[in-house]
Write a protein that binds this ligand. Structure first.
Ligand code: GLY
Ligand code: MN
Ligand code: MN
Length: 446
């Protein structure tokens, strides 16, 4: 990531919120062992990434508003010829001064000697406890060291505050640069959904669709997924966070694919549900049309001045009405909504904030009221119906899971669907799948 002004602006903004005599300390994520000496691919902590754009492990960001030697301090790994031959390049102290707009940089191995000095005479420390417990303890150790120096006229900080609230408020409103990154993640992921939809055939394994998705994403620069893909055929689609993805896809079943690529740290989050054999059955069609209508209605409720729960309320109404029409719920719509009877079929909410984290940060309620939507926010809209092995309904309706999920930006006048290019109407899906299957037959004949 390289957009220095953007990161400088973010740090300035947060330092204004922190005020004088304060210090903020943000370690990046730790590297995680996968097995023995193999590590999981490294992914920085999102708050750290938001303020630095720096993608190396073993780094700690320190912000000290008004510090004369520089407000932006980064502890990071030193350059090391031998380590770099084995494990890859490091920016080192000079590198981060040059490329990341850092004012002052120290080797991470010197943090025990240097950080207590930076904490001296500060009133407030902005730090989020409980994420990295090892680091929590080290910080307490540094503060305690200072407390022993009171007779030398040095004071230790007395107030500990989480940086989360002001930082998460900033992250909730996406800049033009962030929207550009999110559009890229969304565009590549739509293309990947199209690819897997076109390649779907009866008797494939779920993981083979996942492979098509990952191939397309990675090929176009989404080096990782924003979350583990969910590829559930038939009854597996009713398991909301199914990730085994190892079953055969059967003729006559639907398959639900919830998968999103990550681009430069920014997530996309898309779900499409389609028939394995390319043609919806009458029951699948009936349920799918309800979910699609609910999704359109929910998307319509995304505009500045609307509130967080308005899309969910719209989706619940249409899903409940549709289930009554099909005889899957019985009773009056108002009472069924009040009693939350729809939860037997639709047990999750209609979306979440989206950004550097797939379930992104930001409050959903303010002073006990649903948050008002404002331009710059990005939400997902993802209603669904999951009939499961429900013995109260006729057999033909059972074990069908459908979710349709798009990423939607609140604009100044309404909304923009970032993921519109992934097919979702029945006509679009059936046309794409029949085209690809005809093409495949033609190739086989030749
Ligand atoms: N993919 C996770 C979600 O849709 O919330
Ligand atoms: Mn989602
Ligand atoms: Mn999703």
């Amino acid at each position: 990531m390289n957009n220095l002004n953007e990161f400088t602006k973010r740090r300035k903004h947060i330092m204004q919120d922190m005020g004088k005599d304060s210090i903020a300390i943000l370690p990046t994520a730790g590297e995680q062992v996968r097995n023995r000496d193999v590590l999981y691919p490294f992914r920085p902590d999102s708050n750290f990434l938001y303020l630095t754009g720096f993608w190396e492990p073993e780094a700690v960001l320190v912000l000290i508003p008004g510090r004369s030697h520089g407000e932006y301090i980064l502890f990071c790994r030193e350059k090391d010829e031998n380590q770099e031959i084995w494990h890859g390049r490091r920016h080192g102290q000079e590198g981060v001064l040059q490329h990341y707009g850092v004012d002052d940089s120290f080797p991470i191995t010197d943090i025990d000697e240097i950080l207590p000095g930076l904490l001296e005479n500060k009133t407030r420390v902005f730090y989020t406890m409980g994420i990295q417990t090892d680091f929590d303890q080290r910080l307490m150790g540094w503060v305690n060291q200072l407390k022993q120096k009171v007779r030398m006229g040095i004071t230790a900080p007395g107030e500990f505050m989480a940086l989360d609230h002001p930082l998460h408020e900033m992250r909730l409103f996406k800049s033009a640069y962030e929207i550009k990154m999110m559009k890229k993640a969304a565009g590549i992921s739509c293309q990947a959904h199209k690819r897997l939809m076109s390649s779907c055939r009866t008797e494939m394994f779920e993981y083979q669709l996942e492979a098509e998705f990952i191939h397309e994403c990675m090929y176009h620069g989404c080096r990782d997924s924003a979350y583990p893909s969910i590829v559930g055929g038939g009854e597996n689609a009713c398991i909301l966070h199914y990730t085994e993805n190892d079953a055969l896809l059967n003729d006559g079943d639907l398959v639900l694919v919830d998968a999103g690529g990550e681009y430069q740290g920014y997530a996309s989050d898309i779900t499409r549900t389609f028939p394995v054999n390319g043609k919806f059955s009458p029951e699948q069609k009936a349920l799918y049309e309800i979910v699609l209508e609910a999704q359109y209605a929910a998307i319509e409720m995304v505009y500045p001045g609307s509130h967080w729960n308005a899309p969910h309320a719209a989706a619940v109404k249409i899903i409940t009405r549709g289930l009554i029409r099909l005889g899957l719920l019985k009773g009056r719509i108002d009472k069924l909504i009040r009693d939350e009877a729809y939860k037997a079929f639709y047990m999750h909410k209609t979306g979440h904030w989206l950004g550097l984290d797939v379930h992104d940060v930001g409050d959903y309620k303010v002073d006990g009221e649903w948050r008002i939507l404002e331009a710059g926010m990005v939400v997902t809209i993802e209603p669904g119906i999951y009939t499961g092995d429900n013995r109260k309904i006729a057999k033909k309706w059972r074990n069908i899971g459908i979710r349709i999920e798009d990423d939607v930006r609140v604009t100044r006048t309404g909304h923009e669907v970032l993921t519109a290019r992934a097919p979702k109407t029945i006509e679009e899906i059936e046309a794409l799948m029949s085209k690809s299957s005809a093409e495949k037959k033609a190739v086989t004949k030749r």
